[in-house]
Each structure stands twice: as C-alpha cells, then as structure tokens.
Design a protein around this ligand. Structure first.
Ligand SMILES: Nc1ncnc2c1ncn2[C@@H]1O[C@H](COP(=O)(O)OP(=O)(O)O)[C@@H](O)[C@H]1O
Ligand SMILES: [Mg+2]
Length: 345
C-alpha cells in the first residue's frame, strides 16, 4: 500500500468540508479525484500534502503516519494549476530548487535537470527564462520541478485545465508515460470525466465532501452505485418499471433481470438505445449534429428520450424531424436503481 486515508474529516473556517474520507492507493497507481467544482477535491489533496489540518483521521504514506508531519518533510509534492514557478529564474534554477535546498552536489543537479528536461520533452531549455515560455512548456517545467524532489507521491491539482484541449491531452499522455516508466504513485484532481476515464487506474468520485464510489473507470461507468454517479458521466434516460419473477417490464420493453420483485428505475445511457424505424412510439423532436455522432431527442406525450447515434443515421430518408420511430434497448447495458414510487403501467 502506498497511501491510506482513514476517516479523514476536515473543517475550514468552521464548515465541515470533508466528512469521512477513506481511500487506499497502491504503489504505482494513477488515481483521479473526480467531481464537480466545490466538492472538496483540492481540500483533500492539500490535506494529504499537509496544507490543511485534519479534524480527525489518519494519513499513512508507505507505512508511516504523516498527518502530524510538516508539509516539506512528508514526501508529497503538489503541482497547482497556477504552477507557482519563479518567474525571474531560469528553467534550470526552477527545477533544481528543491535539490539546492537538499544540498545535492551541483554536478549531480545538472545531470538530473538534463534527464528531467529530456523526460518532459524540453531538451536544451536549461537557460530559458520562465517568462519566455508558452503555457504548455511551463506545465512541463512545473512537472520536471515536481519530479526533481523525488516525491513518494505526486499530487496534481487540475494542472492542465487552463490548456486547450489538444495540449491538455498531450500533457495527460506525458504524465501517464512518466508515471508508468517510474512506477510513481500519482493523484490527479480533475472535474473532466474524459481525462479521468482516459488516465486513471481508479477514479474516486467525490460529491459534497465524500467519496461516493472508488472504482476502475470501466466499473464506474458500467456499474454506477447511484443515479448521481451515473449522471456525472452524461445525461441518461430513466424508465420506471416493475420487476416480477425476474422480468423487468415497462410500457416500452421487457427484459430478464436478476432483481427481487419491486419498483425500479432502469438507467439507460443514450448510447445504449438504437433507433428502430419499423416502430412508431416516438416522434423525432430534435437532432443535434456533433460530427462523428448525433444526439437525437425523441418524445411522446409522456416521455423524452435522448439517443446518441452514429452520424450515418442521417443518410436515411425516414430520419427527419417530426417523423415517427421506435427504440430498441441494448438490454445488457441497463443499470437498475430501486424506485420507491409506485409505477403505473
Ligand atoms: N480556505 C478555505 N476556507 C474556507 N472554505 C474553503 C477554503 N477552501 C475551500 N473552501 C470551501 O470548501 C469547499 C470545497 O472546496 P475545494 O476543495 O476547493 O473544491 P474543489 O477543488 O472540488 O472544487 C468549497 O465549498 C469551498 O468554498
Ligand atoms: Mg479545486
């Protein structure tokens, strides 16, 4: 185990921000803390690094309790979105700053800086001034500086969110490559679900100061523990129905399932629905063209359904606004949530 958080509670200015956080991170894992703005991601990251005091709980890093150790002696490093580089110093001086403090011999420092600059694809940039660099290059310097202090765990607080999409993806790939090559343990804070799904070994989904689900990206998307988790990954369709004798039934479809009798909501992702042009349960109300795919709103007097489909569906003559179509559901992709309301069929 690399990092273990036990019952972490954090108050800031009299408000309880983190309630009861538990988390286990294995050595060499890439973890994302994912969640909407204000849910407590940065607070948790800063608490691990010692920048917030705990009200209660333990932080165990490689077997050592560190919650009472000062930040600079914890073996943690945070890279923030604003990077906090020293603008008046060269790239080399920025990167070797922590090694200077540790009195690493100058010759060795130079060698390490050279290697790190190669790793972050900035070979030969030693003497460049910080103010003479682009946003993407600054990110790389900040990353190299963080790695230079050889942390036990690297903490990244949305460092890429100010970059354009292409650069953000490039930086994500670079970080992941460095993490794999060096078997580093990393925690990335992000509100970008795509970034979290692409990069993480596991995602900790945070809402309102708690971790709601901690799982692999696949499980998080495929088996969300609640509707809140499901909806964090996109707009979904919910169809209420009744299970009796292992059959889920509602007015649009019925399917086998492994649930006890009762009322349920079937959560169906927009990509789990196929348009059936032979049926006429719904009218096509809107079509939003998004390049590779289209989002289609179907509706009748009771229900609206969102369907995500490959754009080639637009080639069909029948596929026009106000025409009537039906739906087929990829039944093995449905998630069921218990529903306390009575369902009328
Ligand atoms: N220094 C602080 N003092 C008081 N409240 C804070 C402080 N920092 C953050 N908060 C509050 O804590 C909550 C979580 O903030 P934060 O951890 O920054 O969220 P996130 O990083 O998920 O966007 C927010 O309600 C925020 O207003
Ligand atoms: Mg934050």
């Amino acid at each position: 185990m690399s990092l273990k958080l036990e019952k972490i509670r954090v108050n800031l200015q009299g408000n309880e921000i983190l309630h009861n956080i538990n988390l286990n991170v294995e050595k060499g894992e890439f973890i994302s803390l994912l969640g909407p703005s204000g849910c407590g991601k940065s607070t948790l990251l800063k608490s691990i690094a010692g920048l917030n005091d705990l009200e209660e709980g333990k932080i165990i890093l490689f077997g050592e309790e560190i919650q009472d150790i000062v930040p600079e002696k914890r073996g943690t490093v945070i890279v923030f979105q604003d990077l906090r580089l020293f603008p008046h110093l060269s790239v080399e001086k920025n990167i070797s700053f922590s090694m200077d403090l540790k009195k690493v011999p100058k010759k060795q420092q130079k060698e390490i800086v050279k290697k790190l600059l190669k790793d972050v694809q900035l070979e030969g940039f030693e003497n460049r001034r910080i103010r003479e660099m682009s946003g993407g290059q600054l990110q790389r310097v900040a990353l190299a500086r963080a790695l230079a202090s050889n942390p036990k765990i690297l903490l990244l607080d949305e460092p890429f969110s100010g970059l354009d999409e292409k650069l953000r993806e490039e930086m994500g790939k670079l970080v992941k490559k460095l993490q794999r090559e060096n078997k580093m343990t990393m925690i990335l804070v992000t509100h970008d679900k795509k970034e979290a799904l692409q990069l993480s070994d596991k995602i900790a989904l945070m809402l309102h100061g708690d971790i709601i689900q901690y799982d692999t990206p696949y499980n998080m998307y495929r088996y969300p523990v609640s509707m809140e988790v499901a909806d964090y990954f996109g707009r979904n369709n919910y169809l209420s129905g009744v299970v009796k004798d292992k059959i889920f039934k509602n007015e649009y479809f019925e399917t086998k399932c492994d649930l006890n009798d009762g009322n349920y909501k079937a959560m169906i992702r927009s990509s789990s629905i196929l348009i059936n042009e032979e049926k006429d349960d719904f009218k096509i109300k809107n079509i939003v063209y998004l390049g590779d795919f289209v989002e289609i709103i179907l509706g009748n007097n009771k229900k609206e359904i969102l369907v995500k489909s490959s754009s080639d569906i637009l080639n069909s003559d029948k596929f026009k606004i106000n025409n009537k179509v039906g739906i087929n559901i990829k039944e093995d992709e449905i998630c069921y949530f218990e529903d306390c309301k009575e369902v009328c069929l």
